[in-house]
Design a protein around this ligand. Structure first.
Ligand code: C6P
Length: 422
């Protein structure tokens, strides 16, 4: 390749981050009398006007059920629904649109595989490999499967000091009796970015399938399922500027073809008789009943919005804010920061010795700062870290360095307030 013509998008494109805030009407309000600072983006992100307008347009002009009617509105709704599927395929570089299944979110996508694929292919004595930093959504479905079929769950350890997976010992865990390795791409508590491409390649060598939980990454960085080399990948629309109740399961076409249906109902069948039925083609086989049509259309608008900015730019913005927050918080007394020191995604979890995470988050809310406190659906990880709860600030494209400064100021005030009561 000619080095002279290698211009990365980051160099070629400047984003006006402040102007983007104007796309998010919800940000322009006061909470408890203070300007809202929304740092709970790992839980759900805010929605730009472009997504809200797409939902309004759909309900005002095209609303009808999909794949059923022969009337104009149904044809329009069906075309928009299938156009979004193609858009998702492009968004994650899937080989074909049929590899995209719409689900309610990451949780349902993982449950679909754990039930439909797992029931058929995982047998007593087989192992499912997870990591110690998984969200409950990527633990409990596998526990249910393991209980059903008599399989065993094993966990790749993390290094408590830096929040990274212990890859030196991966071969000890990734043995030939592992049927599937399910891993998070970005940890919602630690901000760790896992090397999913390497993990999938290593799993392939022992014949294990792979599932990537991209709940925290799909809207925050470039995702290329062919490059990652995973068999399945799951994400949620609401964590990437899209509506709630819509998500995506990506599956390699041949793996989806070989997986039995998940739920029965309308649209997932080819024919139904009194005693038995035959199934529709992939991906419709996995989409029983009337789907979340408006959600799918809103997701399309969200993907267009994010790619209009550039996901590499968003990733860099997240990383810069998180690195700045980490540095500033580390200067405070009695603050313990969790997770990697460098290279973290836009998530910073911390604890203060003098104030419980729940109290801290409650008082921060009174100052207009929305954080999350608790175990973040990561109870096994909390156990490993030896903590009950953390406070968490998670960032997105509309957050600013000035907001991080305000967070630090608020934390100092909170610490002073609690110290004065002792
Ligand atoms: N984490 C958080 O505040 P759903 O609920 O299906 O959209 O996403 C579940 C999920 C799966 N994996 C990861 C890594 C996640 O972070 C989440 C959701 C939220 O951290 C709610 S607990």
């Amino acid at each position: 390749m000619n080095e002279d013509v290698q211009i990365t998008p980051l160099q070629s494109k400047k984003v006006d981050w402040a102007a983007l805030r104007e796309d998010f009407p919800i940000l322009h309000q006061r909470v408890h009398g203070r300007p809202l600072i929304y740092f709970d983006n790992a839980a759900t992100t805010q929605k730009p006007k472009q997504v809200i307008d797409a939902l309004r347009h759909y309900y005002e002009t095209d609303n009808a059920n999909v794949h059923r009617g022969v009337h104009e509105l149904s044809n329009r709704a069906s075309a928009a629904y299938e156009a979004s599927r193609k858009r998702v395929a492009r968004f994650i570089n899937a080989k074909r649109a049929e590899e995209i299944v719409f689900t309610r979110g990451t949780t349902e996508a993982i449950n679909l595989i754990a039930q439909a694929w797992g029931n058929k292919y995982v047998k007593a004595g087989d192992k499912i490999l997870l990591t110690e930093m998984e969200h409950h959504s990527n633990i409990v479905p596998w526990q249910l499967l393991a209980q059903r079929v008599g399989a065993e769950l094993i966990y790749l350890p993390i290094n408590v000091e830096n929040g990274l997976l212990d890859l030196n010992h991966l071969d000890e865990w990734l043995t030939t009796d592992v049927k599937l390795f399910a891993m998070t791409h970005i940890s919602n508590t630690l901000g760790t970015v896992n090397p999913v491409m390497e993990l999938c390649a290593r799993a392939r060598r022992v014949g294990a399938l792979t599932l990537v939980d991209a709940a925290q990454s799909a809207g925050h960085c470039r995702i290329d399922v062919q490059e990652i080399g995973c068999d399945f990948l799951a994400f949620s629309g609401h964590k990437m500027c899209g509506p709630t109740g819509i998500g995506v399961l990506y599956g390699r076409f041949e793996k989806l073809e070989a997986t039995p249906p998940y739920e029965g109902g309308g649209d997932m069948i080819s024919s139904v008789d009194f005693q038995q039925s035959t199934w529709n083609k992939v991906p419709h086989k996995f989409e029983a009943g009337t789907p979340h049509i408006s959600g799918v259309i809103g997701l399309h608008a969200a993907m267009d919005y994010l790619d209009g900015i550039g996901r590499e730019q968003i990733a860099q913005h997240d990383h810069e804010l998180a690195a700045y927050a980490y540095e500033e918080l580390a200067r405070l007394k009695n603050v313990r920061l969790l997770g990697p020191h460098i290279g973290r995604a836009g998530v910073v979890s911390f604890l203060t010795a003098d104030v419980h995470a729940h109290d801290l988050v409650t008082v921060a809310d009174q100052c207009g700062v929305a954080l999350r406190g608790g175990h973040h659906c990561n109870q096994p990880l909390m156990k490993k870290l030896g903590v009950e709860a953390t406070a968490r600030a998670s960032f997105y494209l509309y957050n600013t360095q000035a907001e991080v400064d305000r967070l630090v100021e608020v934390l100092k005030e909170i610490q002073k307030f609690f110290a004065s009561r002792h």
